[in-house]
Ligand binder design. Structure first.
Ligand code: ZN
Length: 398
């Protein structure tokens, strides 16, 4: 049986090596330009940072003065360890079950192609939309997004787009349900420096960097344990509702018989949206003070205040349009806070409501993992899902 052309298109996109640390963004932009042509959309390539193109496709609405719809996806993918893969991660190999293997099959080249294929089909059927639809294909999401969507949202081009609502990535759900993300946690990596008196490793010297480090680690780990228990003891909570802390970096020491003058420890912290950042910072200050003199800390990333998109029925017309379209197709959705970070944060920061949604169910969560795959039937179903969701949004009456 001949392959569905939408699937072929998806597999071709997977084969473009937009993998860090040297993503082939040029090949990707060329490919997307041909897609824009096929769709009949206006095409623009914007470079906020040279060599990192943002592709913008636009389908003008019947009333271009109305707020537009943004369908966002990122083009880059994370590195692979090919020796742990069953097939070449950029071959888009399809096995006998229809599982398509490749880096980006879930995160998130599937979604980029699904938007395009859904729109191609709708336009073939003669659909015209009330509101303008913009598709953005952005670079560098996997390295934080600052040089992709982060810069793009501050350009005159973005302002002119007049975006009213955005759709961006979610991730797969292993059950029959689909995840919808309406916010995300605030990543706040923190490095703690413990300074003390250096000396001979044979002594019990006071003012000891190691003792201070131990106290700091204990405080962070006690906090971690509390959050872990909070999550496991309450069935209504999801990972995104609690704060995670992980010790991810340790630095210091020169040789066994020398007590070091400094030891450093780094933690990956992701604040739940309910946590006040200033309060959290105060708590760390107290911990450092208690650990002793010369213990200081710094956040290693400018925190991005997290804005949540309203998902209360009747209070946000975009949400109502999205959720009714899901209901119409009998999609069982689970609403959550995204536990990690996506480009949606830049959109929500501007006060624009945005939802994270990848139409993937009954599939293991394999983003960033070995043997990432997506079944072609699941992929094709996703196109149909967007064929209902996109018109519901783009035809939303003001
Ligand atoms: Zn992603």
């Amino acid at each position: 049986m001949a392959e569905n052309p939408s699937v072929t298109n998806f597999r071709n996109y997977i084969r473009i090596r937009t993998v860090h640390p040297n993503p082939d963004y040029d090949a990707c932009a060329n490919y997307l330009e041909s897609q824009a042509k096929e769709l009949g959309a206006e095409f623009q390539k914007i470079e906020c940072v040279p060599g990192k193109p943002i592709v913008l496709m636009t389908l003008p609405g019947r009333d271009p003065t109305l707020k537009s719809i943004l369908l966002n996806s990122h083009t880059d993918v994370v590195p692979v360890f090919p020796e742990h893969w069953k097939y070449d991660p950029f071959s888009a190999h399809k096995d006998e079950k229809g599982n398509i293997y490749g880096r980006g099959t879930q995160d998130m080249k599937c979604v980029g192609i699904q938007y395009l294929e859904a729109l191609k089909r709708l336009r073939k059927e003669g659909a015209a939309f009330l509101r303008t639809i913009h598709l953005t294909f952005v670079p560098d999401e996997e390295t934080g997004g600052d040089e992709g969507m982060g810069m793009f949202v501050n350009t005159p081009v973005f302002k002119k787009m007049n975006v009213g609502f955005g759709l961006d990535e979610g991730y797969s759900n292993p059950t029959e349900k689909f995840f919808v993300f309406y916010g995300q946690r605030n990543p706040l990596p923190v490095m703690v420096r413990c300074q003390g008196q250096p000396g001979h490793g044979s002594q019990f010297l006071p003012n000891n960097a190691g003792e201070k480090l131990q106290k700091v680690i204990n405080r962070f780990m006690e906090f971690r344990e509390k959050e872990k228990n909070k999550l496991s003891s309450n069935k209504d909570l999801r990972l995104g509702d609690v704060t995670t802390v992980n010790l991810t970096m340790l630095k210091g020491g020169v040789q066994f018989n020398v007590i070091p003058a400094e030891l450093c420890v780094g933690f990956d912290v992701r604040l739940a949206p309910s946590v006040n950042e200033t309060e959290f910072e105060k708590m760390i200050s107290v911990w450092c003070e208690e650990a002793g003199e010369g213990v200081t800390f710094e956040f290693r990333r400018k925190s991005v205040p997290q804005v949540i998109t309203c998902i209360e029925d009747g209070k946000n017309p975009w949400w109502d349009a999205f959720s009714s379209a899901c209901k119409k197709q009998n999609l069982d959705i689970e609403t959550e806070i995204f536990p990690a970070s996506t480009d949606s944060k830049y959109i929500r920061m501007l006060g624009i409501p945005a939802l994270g949604f990848s139409p993937i169910n009954n599939t293991p969560i394999l983003l960033h993992d070995n043997n990432e795959f997506l079944n072609e039937e699941t992929f094709l179903r996703g196109i149909e899902i967007y064929e209902t969701i996109i018109p519901a949004l783009a035809n939303l009456k003001p």
